[in-house]
Every structure is written in structure tokens, then in C-alpha cells.
Design a protein around this ligand. Structure first.
Ligand code: NAD
Length: 534
């Protein structure tokens, strides 16, 4: 039976429907898994839109991880010897291949996640943008630089950036294409090899993305995919890697950090969030309501950057809530291939239960469900309505814990200081949003929010898609940054080479150290005074 045709679709659009069946879509992808010799257990991959297992993949073992690293390390030397411009050609071709295979990619992403097609499409755009951005800049980013020497004119100092070696990437299920590949692109362009362990829930997307990379010309041995479970594969992967790039929950991030601490492996950790939005009294209420509905319910709220707390100035609270509830209630739910669907399914039964638990706990703790709060089995087995709550107390579970679902609380505030205090009342610090007509004031307030990205008059997309600027979390939201130069440099070891000409760092012959020390003091005083020598 054609897989996608069997799904429930709101407002179906016949021409967009895929004719591919689920076995067709994932057929042959298993060949991309790296395993050592021997028998492997297999695990099922579920299609959340149907609540059915659609395929099985090998549960890789620590021996498979070791084999993958051995093979990747062997391939890394020849790759790092290639000039950056030559490496970049692969990623220019990859950009194009993503669009040539767009429909198939969207189908696989939707199959494994149950997300709306527009959110799957955002992943393709994101990976293409990442490939283009780094492909056209890696050469200049990686160029060696002159740095100011110890003694001007005497010490010639250069900075070189070498690949770290082999990078281990561990990715989550919520954006399985973006979060598997967008870190791999700069890691490979910097001259490294990569071993990827995607989420066990969404490994077919990672395998499909890797297949397209090989087709674009990436040598097969440079990227290995191991499928299976984090608690078994995480430790050997971190231990074998020269750098670890982890995206997932804060809880798992701490485990990865502990292992990385033992082996002194450098890492970036992109973790959870409980992201606030502030709506100022001068905001365009309709625009803020629509923008925040997108920002809260994109990917059914399973987005690390999604807004989960909205603070609205008391003077516009009622008006905003009305407009926001309207925008929320008009969202088209569905699980099919139509681009018209605005919100899809949650990823699993387990995750649905977590979202339900959060809303029930909030109600027990005094909150009111203004709209939503129901599962929608008529649409899909794990679909949950976009949900707006009021009266969520600062001591409530929902105030502190990341729900990672389509659930947001709205409350009022009296002035900017209170809004900032409440926005910062979290251990997390990933993303924030400010809505105001006074963009200058918005930027001033942004600087007072403890979050790695702040969007003024947008929820998350403006900062995320500003590929040239670093992106990551403060506090419990993580360590390190992706995107921009920073996102490439983390995959390099910097090396300083200083060449000394003429005088050495020692007292010249015949001069006492006492006199030499005075000379050094005088030189320091001169350097302090002369602007060109500071
Ligand atoms: P998760 O932490 O459960 O899993 C993430 C990955 O870690 C998976 O591949 C999993 O198999 C692996 N893993 C599990 N146990 C492990 C262990 N002991 N050692 C090593 N790896 C292990 O997270 P998830 O449920 O897949 O993803 C949702 C979470 O990810 C949310 O908290 C969300 O906010 C966060 N997230 C953050 C970002 C970001 O950029 N900051 C982006 C997306 C998602």
C-alpha cells in the first residue's frame, strides 16, 4: 500500500502526494551502516504517523564503533591533504543533490518523524544553506594568518589551523537531517573524517543524507554511520573521537561531558531550552500572535529553539491572548505530505505521554488550559493539539522543565525589568524572542537576556538562519557554538608557529641580568605608551 497515501491528511493536495511506498523509500539504506564482522541484533524504526514499525536496522555494538573509527582515521590523512577548495567542491555538488532528491528526502523525514512537510522542507533548506555557506568560505576561514609577534620585527608569528582528526557526531530525532548533517559539513570541510550516530528513531534520514554525500563525491570512508542506542554506543564513540559534537537533551549531554572529561576530548554540546518570549506594549499584536504561534508550534514544538513561555505586557495581555488563541486554533493539523499542514505528529508514544503529563501536572498546579490540551487520534496516533495555558506559577513544573511539545504558557508583566527577570528565570539559555515596535529598545533588552540567540520580532528563524553568526546555548543549554567561523574552528586545532630572527630572549653577551631586566622594563614602558606597539 502506498505509505503516504494511507495517512490522514488535513486539506490534502492531490498533486503533492507521493506515490512511493515505505519499503521503496528506505530500501537499500541499511547498506550504509558500518559494522564489524558478526551477527547483530536488529531494532525496529517506527513511522509515528501510523504508529507502526516500517523497517529494521542493526543495533551496532562498541566493536562496530571501533571499526568505524579505524576506517575513518585511515581515510582522514588523504582527505586533509587535499586543498580546502577541492574539498569544497563536494559540498557545492551536495547542495544541488539535496534539491534533485528533495521529494524523496522529505518523504523519508516525514516517514520517520511524522512532522509536517513544511518542517521537513525547512531541514532541506537548512542543510543546503549550511553546505553553500561553508563550501564558499572554508578556504578563506582555514587560511593561515599572521599574528602579532612577541617582538615586532623580530618575531614572525603565524597561526595555522589543522583538522582535529576524527569527529564523533551524536544527533537527536527532532530534526534528523539538519542536526545530523549541519555539523558534519564544517567538520569534513575542515579536513576531518566523521563517525555519526544518529538517533535510533530516525536513522534512515541520516543514512539517506549520507548516501547523497557519497553521490556528491565524498569518499565513502570519510563518513561512517553507526545505528543503535546511545547508552551502549555513546561511551566508545566519545572515547575514540578527537572531537565530539553532541545534540540532544541536557541530561544526556551531561553524560557525554563526563566521558569527554575522562578522555580529555573537546566537545560541543547543543542541549535543551525553555525559551521565553517578551511581547512589549508597543508590539504589533497580530504580528506577534501569528509569529509566536509559528515559533511555539513549529515541528509540533519539538524544536530546541521553540518558545515555551510568553510574557506579555499587562496593557495588551487580553488582546494578545485573544489573537494568539485565534492563531493557535486556526492551525491545520495533519500527518500527510501536503505543504498546507501546519503542525504534524509528535515523534512517539513515549513523547506524547511526556507532553500529556506536563499539561496534566500544570493543571493540577493551578494552570488553566485556554485552548488545546487534547490528543487527536483522529488525525494521527501521536498527534497532540497546540495548547495554550495561563496561570502557570513560577514554582510549577511546566515553568522550569522543557516540554519539547506544542505547549506554551502565557502570563503578564508590568515593566521591562520584570520581563527580563522572568525571562532569565531558568537554568537554560538557548533562545529568546522580543516583540516590539521600538527595535532599538528591543536590542537593548536582548543584551540583558541570558540566551545564546535573541530574535527581535521573530521567534527563532532569524537567528538560526543567520548562518554567519554563531549559535548555541548558555547555562544548561550547552557548550560551544555552531554556524559561522566559530562552527568551523571547533573542528580544528590551532597551532602557533613563531620564528625568531636576531636577538634571543636572553641577556646579550657582556650585559648583566640586572641591566637586562632594566632594559626589559623600559621596553615594556615604551610599548605601553606608543599606540603602535601596544
Ligand atoms: P537524547 O539526549 O535522548 O538523545 C540524543 C542522542 O543521544 C541520540 O542519538 C541518543 O541515542 C543519544 N544518547 C542517548 N543516551 C546516550 C548516552 N548515554 N551517551 C551518548 N549518547 C546517548 O535527546 P532526544 O530526545 O533525541 O532529543 C531531544 C532533546 O534534544 C531536547 O532536549 C532538545 O531540546 C535537544 N535539542 C537541542 C538542540 C540544540 O541545538 N541545542 C537541537 C535539537 C534538540
Amino acid at each position: 500500500m502506498p505509505y503516504l497515501q494511507a495517512m490522514t491528511v488535513s486539506e490534502p493536495s492531490g498533486s503533492e502526494r507521493s506515490e512511493r511506498t515505505s519499503p521503496d523509500l528506505i530500501d537499500g539504506l541499511e547498506a550504509g551502516v558500518t559494522t564489524a564482522d558478526g551477527h547483530r541484533e536488529r531494532f525496529g524504526v517506527e513511522a509515528p504517523a501510523r504508529g507502526e514499525v516500517v523497517g529494521h536496522l542493526p543495533a551496532c555494538t562498541p566493536a562496530d564503533v571501533e571499526a568505524a573509527f579505524d576506517r575513518a582515521e585511515t581515510a582522514a590523512d588523504a582527505w586533509s591533504d587535499r586543498p580546502p577548495a577541492e574539498r569544497a567542491e563536494v559540498f557545492v555538488r551536495y547542495h544541488d543533490r539535496l534539491f534533485e532528491n528533495r521529494e524523496e528526502l522529505l518523504d523519508v523525514i516525514q516517514l520517520e518523524t511524522g512532522k509536517a512537510r513544511r518542517h521537513a522542507h525547512a531541514e532541506v533548506l537548512d542543510v543546503a544553506m549550511t553546505a553553500r555557506y561553508y563550501a564558499y568560505r572554508a578556504e578563506s576561514f582555514l587560511e593561515s594568518e599572521r599574528r602579532r609577534g612577541a617582538l615586532p620585527g623580530v618575531t614572525a608569528t603565524e597561526l595555522h589551523r589543522h583538522p582535529v582528526g576524527t569527529v564523533g557526531v551524536i544527533s537527536p530525532w527532532n530534526y534528523p537531517l539538519t542536526l545530523s548533517i549541519s555539523d558534519i559539513v564544517p567538520a569534513l570541510l575542515a579536513g576531518n573524517a566523521v563517525v555519526l550516530k544518529p538517533s535510533e528513531e530516525t536513522s534512515y534520514t541520516a543514512l539517506k543524507a549520507a548516501e547523497l554525500l557519497y553521490e556528491a563525491g565524498l569518499p565513502r570512508e570519510l563518513l561512517h554511520v553507526v545505528t543503535g542506542f546511545g547508552p551502549e554506543l555513546g561511551e566508545p564513540l566519545v572515547a575514540a573521537a578527537d572531537y565530539v559534537c553532541f545534540t540532544g537533551s541536557t541530561e544526556t549531554g551531561r553524560i557525554v561531558a563526563r566521558t569527554a572529561g575522562e578522555t580529555l576530548t573537546d566537545c560541543s554540546l547543543e542541549l535543551g531550552g525553555k525559551n521565553p518570549a517578551i511581547v512589549r506594549p508597543d508590539a504589533d499584536v497580530e504580528r506577534a500572535a501569528e509569529g509566536l504561534a509559528r515559533g511555539c508550534f513549529a515541528n509540533a514544538g519539538q524544536l530546541c529553539l521553540a518558545i515555551e513561555r510568553i510574557y506579555v505586557h499587562e496593557s495588551i495581555r487580553t488582546r494578545f491572548l485573544e489573537a494568539f488563541v485565534d492563531a493557535t486554533e486556526s492551525m491545520r493539523l495533519g500527518v500527510g505530505p501536503s505543504f498546507d499542514v501546519e503542525m504534524g505528529s509528535l515523534s512517539s508514544e513515549k513523547h506524547l505521554s511526556k507532553v500529556e503529563r506536563h499539561v496534566e501536572a500544570a493543571e493540577r498546579e493551578g494552570a488553566t488550559v485556554v485552548t488545546g490540551g487534547q490528543t487527536r487520534p483522529d488525525v494521527g496516533p501521536y498527534v497532540y493539539e497546540p495548547t495554550v495555558l495561563t496561570g502557570v506559577d513560577e514554582s510549577a513544573t511546566l515553568h522550569d522543565e522543557e516540554t519539547f511539545g506544542p505547549v506554551v504558557s502565557v502570563s503578564g508583566y508590568a515593566d521591562d525589568d520584570e520581563a527580563i527577570r522572568r525571562a532569565n528565570d531558568t537554568e537554560y539559555g538557548l533562545n529568546a524572542s522580543i516583540w516590539t515596535d521600538d527595535t532599538e529598545r528591543g536590542r537593548e533588552l536582548a543584551a540583558r537576556i541570558e540566551a545564546g540567540t535573541v530574535n527581535v520580532n521573530e521567534s527563532y528563524a532569524a537567528a538560526w538562519a543567520s548562518m554567519d553568526a554563531p549559535m548555541g546555548g548558555m547555562g544548561d543549554s550547552g557548550i560551544g557554538r555552531r554556524h559561522g567561523k566559530e562552527g568551523l574552528f571547533r573542528f580544528t586545532e590551532s597551532q602557533t608557529v613563531a620564528t625568531q630572527r636576531g636577538p634571543q630572549f636572553a641577556a646579550p653577551g657582556g650585559i648583566s641580568y640586572r641591566l637586562y631586566a632594566k632594559l626589559l622594563d623600559a621596553t615594556m614602558a615604551l610599548q605601553r605608551r606608543v599606540p603602535g606597539l601596544r
